[in-house]
Write a protein that binds this ligand. Structure first.
Ligand code: NAD
Length: 331
């Protein structure tokens, strides 16, 4: 198929080019993100490949349908950025990469926890500067602490297993509890109890209407004083303004974020020479106990290889059969 690959980064091209040598699609790598203004670049292609910061709303889908686009191939697991109802109405199927490396994301959540706790990011700079003072670097043993996992799917399960390995007690909340997670020794409890009892809460559920601002002023107030919150799932799970209030009051002790609700205008680009206009984001950056990474939890070699393989396999399968096992079939 002829694929218009929007928002292409150099780091992913190498993985797609290598695997496509076996698949034989014609890929046009476009640096532009998919937007109403750039949708015209899809002309002459059969398929549009998108990432989480592309706009795939009803307007864009309408423009793609006019150009005869037959397939949207999301090179991500999450698909909250795609208007599935509009795609269905227009008869454009959407395929995605349901799993690539749950280890990549779970391990990044752990990296955020360890960095926030033991302050290795601050120690790195201090020691290079010849400052060997330990003031301000005090952490806590993870062993024996209670960790709450919200969403025990593929990533949440790997995360829970790692935390059990640290000697933590793991509590979980999921609308669909999983037997194999219970077998690991994880206790499912109501959301309020998980929030109240956990020293660390890590979010691993998808962003859907029911989970939008799952962490808001009320839920933050229910968390243990001094607790740590980790979000490697989707920015919209957390009400960032309420989080700022909870950080200012000292109720929340530390926050690790790999995602942010308004990240589309920020992440994946070098904006180091520009003024950040998002005041909420700028305020979050100003806290010493907040660590933000720019949606890099997925960013391992194994994950990029898996994303390239599944995306191109999805396109090949659709080309051959008109369907794909990774087609999103509605919620
Ligand atoms: P998954 O579908 O395997 O698991 C999601 C789990 O959340 C399921 O067990 C589901 O029952 C549960 N869930 C659904 N609604 C819920 C609710 N209202 N309350 C509690 N639990 C609920 O997904 P996954 O592969 O583990 O991925 C989890 C999320 O991680 C994705 O939705 C995606 O947004 C995010 N993600 C982030 C990155 C990154 O780079 N930061 C990369 C991949 C995925």
């Amino acid at each position: 198929m002829k694929i218009a690959f929007f928002g292409a980064h150099q780091f992913e091209r190498e993985f797609f080019d290598r695997y496509n040598a076996r698949k034989g699609h014609e890929i046009t790598f476009l640096e532009e993100h998919l937007r109403p203004e750039t949708a015209v670049l899809a002309a002459g292609h059969d398929c549009v490949c998108v990432f989480v910061n592309d706009t795939v709303d009803a307007t864009v889908l309408g423009l793609l349908a006019e150009q005869g686009i037959q397939l949207i191939a999301a090179r991500s697991a999450g698909f909250n950025h795609i208007d599935l109802d509009a795609a269905k109405r227009l008869g454009i199927p959407v395929v995605r990469v349901p799993a690539y490396s749950p280890f990549a994301v779970a391990e990044h959540a752990v990296a955020l926890i360890l960095t926030l706790n033991r302050k290795t990011h601050r120690a790195f700079n201090r020691v290079r500067d010849g400052n060997f003072s330990l003031d301000g670097l005090l952490g806590f043993d993870l062993h024996g602490k209670t960790v709450g996992v919200i969403g025990t799917g593929k990533i949440g399960q790997v995360f829970a297993k790692i935390m059990i390995g640290f000697g933590c007690e793991v509590l979980a909340y999921d609308i669909a509890p999983n037997y194999s997670v219970r077998e690991m020794g994880v206790q499912y409890q109501p959301l309020g109890d998980v929030l109240r009892k956990s020293d660390i809460v890590s979010l691993h559920c998808p962003l859907v209407t029911a989970t939008h601002h799952l962490i808001n002023g009320d839920s933050l107030a229910r968390m243990k004083p001094g607790a740590m919150l980790i979000n490697t799932s989707r920015g919209g799970l957390v009400d960032a303004k309420a989080l700022i209030d909870a950080l200012k009051s000292g109720h929340i002790g530390a926050v690790g974020l790999d995602v942010y609700e308004e990240e589309a205008d920020l992440f994946f680009e070098d904006l180091s020479g520009q003024v950040i206009e998002d005041d909420v984001f700028a305020r979050l950056l100003s806290f010493p106990n907040v660590l933000i990474t720019g949606h890099q939890a997925f960013f391992t070699k194994e994950a990029l290889q898996g994303i390239a393989m599944t995306t191109l396999d999805n396109v090949s399968e659709f080309e051959a059969t008109g369907d794909s096992k990774n087609k999103i079939r509605g919620r």
